[in-house]
Write a protein that binds this ligand. Structure first.
Ligand code: ADP
Ligand code: MG
Length: 702
């Protein structure tokens, strides 16, 4: 249960004064928290951080205030001059002076009573706003702030400017934030005191107060101590929660998986090629992990086409040698089938029994597979998340390989864990993720990398081509087909809906049909499973030569003799996706090419993306560029799938803090694995504060 000290922050924002349902809706658009289905809470407002400030500290006196600048003036109110009755086009003027000169405070459509109260004649007031000079006369139109001199502290001299959404006024938002801030209880410090001192980090309350009530523009700077403190809190919350998940996964550990290597040897013999050096190294890492009594949790990173699948297969064989079962889980059905078709054949030669399980297996086939999994007659199961539905039981699941991990969340990781006797886990990702992102997304995981491509691969020639030259391209593709080449033709990713996506592929198919006749195939996400399989098979077997596809083929599909990849509307794809798609070709020994068809005019980012694609094939370089060109959440696909990203931390500014948070989390949990010490208790509050309480529940579950 959430500690009650946090209750005021967990009340709905509508409990704040001036926040009704309408304002609440608008606020929900700007809070950085990933709300999911829940309504925004007061505490979410704490992390709506200003993106700049208006500096009102300049107090030059009327005569010295420069045209157009923001100034704060301390003036005496002399007299009010309302507009003539019935003439609303003349403004309401209030004349005032200070030691240096006179000024007219000017208001359109003013309420006299309101102004009389705000600017009483004979009183001294502070006004802050933009200075205007006209014909030697000073004026200020609608001052941003007015305060009686006796209440000067109510005027923000450094005013935070928040991100706004249409309809939401800065004033309303500031007021709501101020109230949220007022609700912040005094919480025990969860950070290490020495660490705070070393970095000159303020306490949480002080940090929040500084960013929301800045005294200096530095107070709201991303690199400033206040912001960094908050970022560190958030990063630590993330690292602690990931470490807790990991510790739980590990705690359930048990058996070392060992074997004589007979199965692995048989597979090696069956392979039509020798493993690359990095495949060997990764396999050695994995086998050594498996042989240990602790549970394995390893990330296998390797660019598209680097040959992760075979590494997975050989390690699964070890699990079988050790007397257990293994699963390989893919994010899509096409991919699962793809893996199955490569693996099953090889596995059979080594005497391994395999089966596939996706949402599509029904009836008797399904019943038989389920029975085989339950009684242990199936050694290796390949499938989608259908593998961890409730009806699926394993006799002795000891090893799980998860392909393209970033599409699965922590939940799924735990679900698969529950299926077996603490299965060892190998997570494979084709997106070469920069190290910082590995840390934020997976925590402190052991990593193996496939750094080289299998021998004999040829570089892929990448060209960009404007849409106007489509017919020229079609001609060249016709020649390529005549030479016996295979071509992927990827259709525009249209974001609005799956339906539109489908249409564009079908339209392209229809347009190309007269040229290619029955050498043309089509595959898209809306087709029935069997139709998809058939389309893929026909392409693989060479019956069709040009395959028009939506991005369903994006990940993992393997047709080694495909040599040309055409990507239509390449400007609409992200770098990672372009790289993934391009990786579908260049898998055989023949030279391949990739044609990026684009539509002018290109935006700056699109231009940059396309040129990165032309310049390099290095997945890690591309991933780094991608990180620069867009936010880190998008790169991991988290924005789409709704995994909480970061509210405060900005990896590009706070990467150093991320490393520190990783070490800190490790240290804390080594000493206090159940978060029961004083600092541990405080850290639980931190987890709640940043919405990482899922990890706290794990603690309770033991
Ligand atoms: P990915 O890492 O993208 O999942 P795959 O495992 O699909 O890559 O492998 C891509 C292709 O490379 C497959 O056709 C596979 O058979 C082949 N392959 C894998 N390892 C080697 C190797 N050592 N030598 C030659 N070809 C290999
Ligand atoms: Mg793959």
């Amino acid at each position: 249960m959430r500690p009650s000290i946090l209750d005021p922050l967990f009340a709905p924002i509508t409990s704040l004064e001036g926040v009704g349902p309408k304002v609440a809706n608008m606020i929900e658009k700007i809070v950085p928290a990933d709300l999911g289905d829940r309504a925004a809470r007061a505490g979410d407002l704490l992390f709506v951080l200003p993106n700049s400030v208006i500096d009102r500290r300049n107090r030059p006196g009327i005569a010295y205030a420069a045209q157009g600048t923001i100034v704060t003036l301390e003036v005496w109110i002399d007299r009010h001059q309302p507009p003539p009755r019935g003439n609303r086009s003349v403004p309401y003027r209030v004349f005032a002076h200070d030691d240096t000169g006179e000024i007219a405070l000017t208001f359109f459509h003013a309420h006299a009573a309101y102004l009389e109260k705000q600017l009483p004649e004979g009183e001294q007031v502070l006004v802050s706003g933009r200075m205007e000079w006209f014909n030697g006369r000073a004026s200020m139109v609608h001052p941003d702030h007015i305060a009686l001199a006796s209440e000067a502290e109510s005027l923000p001299l450094v005013e935070p400017v928040y991100p706004l959404t249409a309809g939401l006024s800065g004033k309303v938002l500031r007021r709501a934030v101020a109230q949220a801030l007022g609700r912040l209880p005094t919480l025990p410090e969860w950070q290490d005191a020495a660490f705070l001192r070393r970095h000159s980090f303020p306490a949480l309350g002080e940090a929040l107060n500084r960013v929301h009530n800045p005294a200096d523009p530095l107070d709201v700077a991303v690199e400033g101590a206040a912001w960094r403190r908050l970022a560190y809190d958030e990063l630590l919350a993330g690292q602690v929660s990931l470490a807790l998940v990991r510790a739980r996964v590990r705690r359930l550990s048990g058996r070392p998986l060992t074997g004589g290597g007979a199965l692995i040897d048989k597979l090696r013999v069956a392979l039509p090629y020798a493993l690359t050096r990095s495949q060997e190294a990764a396999l050695a890492d994995i086998l050594s992990d498996l042989g240990r009594p602790e549970r394995m949790l390893r990330l296998l990173q390797g660019d598209v086409g680097s040959g992760k699948t075979v590494v997975a297969l050989l390690s699964m064989a070890r699990a079988v040698e050790a007397g257990g079962q293994a699963v390989l889980m893919a994010p899509t059905e096409i991919l699962a089938r793809q893996h199955f078709s490569t693996i099953a054949e090889l596995a059979e030669k080594a005497g391994l029994r395999t089966a596939i399980l996706t949402g599509r297996e029904k009836g008797r086939e399904r019943t038989e597979t389920l029975a085989g999994l339950a009684d242990g007659s199936i050694d290796i199961a390949i499938g989608t998340h259908a593998l961890f539905q409730e009806t699926v039981a394993f006799q002795n699941l000891v090893f799980a390989v998860i392909d393209e991990q970033h599409r699965f969340g922590v939940h799924q990781r735990l679900a698969i864990t529950a299926k077996g006797d603490a299965p060892d886990m190998l997570v494979m990702t084709a997106t070469p993720i920069p190290r910082t992102l590995v840390l934020t997304a997976f925590g402190d995981m052991d990593t193996s990398k496939l750094t080289e491509k299998p021998a004999g691969r040829q570089p892929i020639r990448t060209v960009t081509l404007p849409m106007e030259r489509l017919s020229e391209l079609t001609g060249r593709i016709r020649d390529a087909v005549a030479e016996g080449q295979k071509i992927y033709w990827i259709c525009p990713l249209v974001e609005e809906s799956e339906e539109v996506k489908l249409m564009s592929a079908e339209e392209r198919f229809a347009a190309l049909k007269p040229v290619f006749g029955d050498r043309l195939g089509l595959v898209h996400g809306r087709m029935k499973g069997a139709e998809k399989d058939e389309a893929m098979r026909a392409f693989k077997d060479g019956e069709t030569r040009v395959l028009v596809a939506t991005t369903v083929i994006e990940v993992g599909v393997d047709v080694p003799d495909a040599t040309i990849m055409v990507i239509e509307h390449a400007e609409r794809f992200g770098l990672a996706q372009l790289h993934q798609l391009r990786g579908r070709v260049g898998r055989g020994s023949k030279p391949s090419s990739c044609v990026l068809l684009y539509k002018d005019p290109l935006g700056e980012t699109a231009k940059r993306r396309l040129s990165v694609m032309r310049e390099t094939e290095d997945g890690f370089l591309i991933a780094e560029e991608d990180l620069k060109l867009r936010g880190e959440g998008e790169l991991l696909g988290t924005r789409q799938s709704g995994t909480p990203g970061f509210q405060v931390a900005r990896i590009e500014f706070h990467a150093d803090l991320l490393e520190a948070a990783r070490d800190d989390a490790r240290l804390v949990l080594a000493r206090d694995p159940d978060l029961q010490s004083e600092r541990g208790e405080a850290l639980r509050l931190l987890l709640y504060l940043f919405g990482r309480d899922e990890a706290v529940r794990l603690l309770r579950a033991g």
